[in-house]
Write a protein that binds this ligand. Structure first.
Ligand code: HEC
Length: 208
């Protein structure tokens, strides 16, 4: 695991109450984890933080259970175990295990800072996505307002100015059948009514 750069800070231990290989012996904290697995056989995982001299650690632990008779060949008595095992690991520990007994825990340990860094990274990512979403929504809203409301209104205001000063006689052109279109039709009708009224008074503004 430590050969992979991603997991170089990770540490793995098969913490065992009565280990074959002495360095696998569970320390006080690990023994508590193992005891909890032993007293609650349905418990599949424990996670938590612990502090050692090196700093704050985060751990994930799973029970190590003897599920097969075949394990017991080497883990029952020194006499039964292969001679090479006794030669290398001694006859002091790792014996007297029973079938279905939870003898230890697989524990993966990571510096807690790594866990918090990852959480912070995810938090920033989520914030980034939200901000980007809002920016895109604002841009789309802006474009929509510009094309469907602001620019037709601007055109209409210029058109009204030109009509009111007598420099234009055309109707206001606005194809879409939206609110601006309804307004444009009303304004065009207003213009026609105004022209008719002026004509009736004999004061057509175009022929003063
Ligand atoms: C051929 C003999 C042999 C068999 C079979 C065997 N083990 Fe072991 N086991 C060992 C030796 C030797 C060690 C110590 C060296 C090491 O940790 O690899 C060990 C270590 C372990 C450890 C690490 C803790 C400790 O005691 O140091 C666990 C857990 C374990 N065995 C569980 C099992 C389980 C579960 C099985 C059955 C699936 C099994 N063993 C089958 C010989 C054996």
């Amino acid at each position: 695991m430590q050969k992979n750069e991603l997991y170089s800070d990770f540490f793995y231990k098969e913490a065992t109450l009565n280990p074959t290989y002495a360095p696998d012996k569970a320390d006080k904290e690990e023994a508590k984890i193992v005891e909890k697995f032993r007293s609650q056989p349905n418990l599949k995982e424990q996670v938590g933080f612990r502090t050692v001299s090196a700093g704050n650690l985060f751990y994930i632990a799973r029970p190590l259970q003897i599920k097969s008779e075949s394990c017991l060949v080497c883990h029952t008595t020194p006499e039964q175990a292969p001679a090479s095992q006794i030669k290398t690991y001694g006859d002091k520990g790792g014996f007297g295990w029973k079938l279905n007994e939870i003898v230890g825990a697989q524990i993966i340990i990571v510096p807690a800072s790594k866990v918090f860094d990852e959480a912070r990274r995810l938090q920033l990512l989520v914030i980034g996505i939200l901000v980007a979403g809002f920016v895109v929504a604002a841009i789309i809203l802006n474009l929509f307002l510009k094309f469907s409301i602001i620019s037709p209104l601007k055109k209409m205001s210029k058109w009204s100015k030109d009509v009111s000063t007598g420099t234009l006689d055309a109707d206001f052109e606005h194809k879409p059948n939206d609110e601006i279109g309804v307004l444009a039709a009303s304004v065009n009708r207003l213009k026609v009514s105004l022209e008719m009224a002026m004509n009736m008074l004999g004061q057509n503004p175009e022929k003063p």
